[in-house]
Design a protein around this ligand. Sequence first.
Ligand code: GAP
Length: 480
Amino acid sequence: MSDTSLETIVSLCKRRGFIYQGSEIYGGLAGTWDYGPLGVALKRNITNLWWKTFVENRDDMLGVDAAIMMNQKVWQASGHVHTFTDPVVECSNCNGRFRADKIDTSKCPTCGKEGTFGEPRQFNMMFKTPFGPTWSSFESDDRNHVTGKLEVKDKEGRVINEFTIKEKEANNSIMVYDTNAKVYLRPETAQGIFTNYKNIVDSFYPDVPFGIAQQGKAFRNEISPRDFVFRAREFEQMEIEYFIHPEQWQESFEQWVTDIEAFLKDLGLPDEKVHKLEVPDKDRAHYSKRTIDFEFDFPIGREELLGLAYRTDFDLMNIQKDSGKNMEYRPKDGGAAFVPHVIEPSFGVERAIMAVLSAAYTEDEINGEKRAYLKLPNHLAPVKIAVSPLLRNKPELVTKAKEIYAMLKKEFGAVMWDDNGNIGKRYRRQDEIGTPYCVTVDFETLEGDGTVTVRNRNTTEQHRVLPSNIKDFTKDLLSS
Ligand code: GAP
């Protein structure tokens, strides 16, 4: 268990502009979250680090960015249409719906009534949406009432059911759509990789083993979204499908364990908070022969951060069967053709952010005063340096500080101008968002030896440094 509470992280995220509740202004939308300026910066630093580590810095990896909406056959072949379900129960008293495997079903957690749940039903978590101009609508009149007739036809066009909609109040219109023209919002980015495997082999002809990587949004209609961004309905994944010869799977799996561990270190996650769970047969996803969940001691307890799965040839074989296209790989040395097997490291961006924030959150006491700061690795900090004039109403200080700000921004990019409140408040704010250095222009800069103060976030120590030496003094920002 982490020593930081979830409330502390959520409140810091909102107060300082990392993450807000989605649609908050209209009362929110459960399981959706909006990233503010610092949240976007942190998220990009994490996703860029992942891309650099696993794609740019390697010779065996190629990237894709597939469409979120895909032909529904993709999700039939992958098994998601039939098996991507969670058991749901409904309380007959308050109509609350819950994941049956996450609650004690003898008593409703909302209304407290006993014996109100029936048998669990399997609920498919994919979001469905109509695709293309397939709507038939019942127009509303000027009182916003609709009337009309709805016919349900079989494949031969015979009417098998008919509904009359009479004076029903609706927002705009009632819409009906043809089920053949629906798409699912992807519940994992993985399928956009599998469906492009053949394209990539045809264009690049990489040697096996090779991987295809993708980052992007995924959507799951979670029955109970909860615990901040940990279980959301819209989130991001960073996934790799690593294509191997079937005989290589164990060796490759072990190598991925090592590579993942190294990446988690780069995220600044302490070893003692990361745990590997060998997932037992009964709990593994339908496609996996072996899975290790990398768990983390989150503020909500020990939970899954990411998964590493041996997906065998499950996906490529299903695609081969359903599409009729050959998925075999022909080695360049003339060896026998084979359908590659796959090792899949699957990272969730939101869980990485939550782990990074809770690992970085630190409290200490400076001169008898409690202080909270984010001890982020420099390469993840949303702001690298904050520059301030000691007083915002002294033009000479402001002019000099602006000059230094422009110089540092050119060098480090993520440099913030901060002249809000007094200097103590600025330091507290910058500590809380994890800024490694604060540079302040004061009267000594103008009237003394020309130096500015450079304050270190972790130690709070301040050093007097000539503006021309700041880059050198803070050079660890570039090397880490
Ligand atoms: N392609 C394999 C796959 O999607 P998964 O274990 O279902 O496997 C992978 O998901 C990762 O995606 C998880 O380890 C987690 O980090 C993240 N994830 C899954 N569901 C999530 C949700 N509802 N909210 C936030 N992250 C989620």
